[in-house]
Design a protein around this ligand. Structure first.
Ligand code: NAD
Length: 361
């Protein structure tokens, strides 16, 4: 029986509630597939500010590095009412998240956008566009590009001017491209690399390096698409995509667009990976302070993030499949948390949703 060390950051708001349900489901999968998970709970974000005065401690970073993967709820509070937001920006909860991404070198962000047959009603696209649903994975570069380049604002002859720089070197592109092709191999074996190569030098280098890496993956199909066209295709024909591979800012925008077309924020998982098997897994949504402590949050995004952790960091694909199947089955059986509820279905709370999924693993 294999044993794995997992760092757990419950976080703030609904974080502790949804993480508890994910652990329940993971443990059930472990029993069935013959592995055990040893959890170490760590503080980050608001909870860490309350305990230590800072959103991220060296101790949390060290313990996260010592583990095989990190499972996180969500961090942050209500910006209008929480005392955490009276602190200077680098001491607020979100600084902890940026800090841990940097400390763990998490350069690849993965966000699946999957439309469940049972939740088609929540999708804002027309039925003839949805067809029998879509299932794509957005792979976004997370630590380079425009958001990390040099920036300044100057005044020239009385005119204010702002400058941001977009830089990528070939190594940064190569490592994310490899990750993209690796993920495609675990899926339908198609990569759409998105750039703006008709205008930007950084995009022309991106395209060239992606082509070079593709030579090592002849079994995976590669196509290039300009970012403006991709934004359009996501709402015109989302079924065409398997893995979308793109740089930081394009990925920021496209991943939000892709998740909105699924229509349900409580269902969307995410992962951030480094060069090894290590990753940080968390739902795409925030800490939802408005519904914290009421046992009404949807734990499915976190449960699906836990399934991604089994697949990508621990190579426990069978167990990951079983969790994803259990989620589908619960939806098929008619159970819904409030955020995805529509007429004729059975409303359940966070804990009960966790129990129902666990029972189907
Ligand atoms: P949010 O995602 O927390 O909430 C937006 C809306 O969706 C709210 O009405 C909320 O109740 C609902 N919602 C979100 N997740 C849900 C779930 N699982 N089940 C049911 N309903 C759900 O976004 P926000 O309100 O803009 O942000 C709240 C806090 O979360 C802020 O402090 C923000 O900084 C933080 N945040 C953290 C992360 C992260 O940790 N990665 C990401 C985004 C936002």
């Amino acid at each position: 029986m294999s044993n794995h060390r997992i760092a757990v950051i419950p976080g703030d708001g609904i974080g502790p509630e949804i993480v508890a349900e994910a652990r329940k489901v993971l443990d059930a999968a472990g029993k069935k597939f013959g592995f055990t998970l040893e959890y170490q709970e760590l503080l980050m974000g608001g909870a860490s500010i309350d305990a230590y005065g800072v959103p991220l401690t060296e101790e949390t970073i060290r313990a996260a590095k010592d583990s095989e993967a990190v499972l996180m709820g969500s961090i942050g509070g209500d910006a209008k009412t929480s005392p955490w937001y009276k602190l200077e920006p680098q001491k607020r909860p979100e600084a902890g998240l940026l800090g841990i991404r940097k400390a763990l070198n998490l350069f690849a962000n993965l966000r699946p956008a999957y439309l469940y047959e049972e939740l088609k009603g929540a999708c804002p696209l027309r039925e003839d566009i949805i067809g029998d649903g879509f299932d794509m994975m957005i792979m976004r570069e997370l630590t380079g590009g425009l958001y990390f380049g040099e920036r300044k604002t100057v005044e020239e002859n009385g005119v204010r001017k702002a400058i941001d720089t977009l830089t990528y070197d070939e190594n940064e592109i190569r490592r994310i491209a490899k990750r993209g092709f690796d993920i495609a191999r675990k899926r339908r074996k198609k990569v759409t690399s998105v750039d703006k190569a008709n205008v930007l030098d950084s995009s022309r280098l991106w395209r060239a390096v992606v082509e070079e890496v593709h030579a090592e993956y002849p079994d995976v199909e590669l196509e290039h698409m300009l970012v403006d066209n991709c934004a359009m295709q996501l709402v015109r024909d989302p079924k065409q995509f398997d893995v979308i591979l793109t740089e930081n800012m394009f990925g920021d925008i496209l991943s939000d667009e892709a998740s909105m077309v699924t229509g349900s924020i409580g269902m969307l998982a995410s992962a951030s990976l480094n060069e090894t098997k290590f990753g940080l897994y968390e739902p795409s949504h925030g800490s939802a302070p408005d519904i914290a402590g009421k046992d009404i949050a949807n734990p499915i995004a976190t449960i699906l993030s836990a399934a991604m952790m089994l697949r990508f960091s621990l190579d426990l694909d069978e167990a990951a499949d079983a969790i994803e199947r259990a989620v589908k089955q619960v939806l098929k059986d008619g159970y819904r948390t409030g955020d995805i509820l529509s007429e004729g279905f059975t409303k359940v709370g966070c804990r009960q949703m966790g129990d129902l999924i666990r029972d189907r693993v």
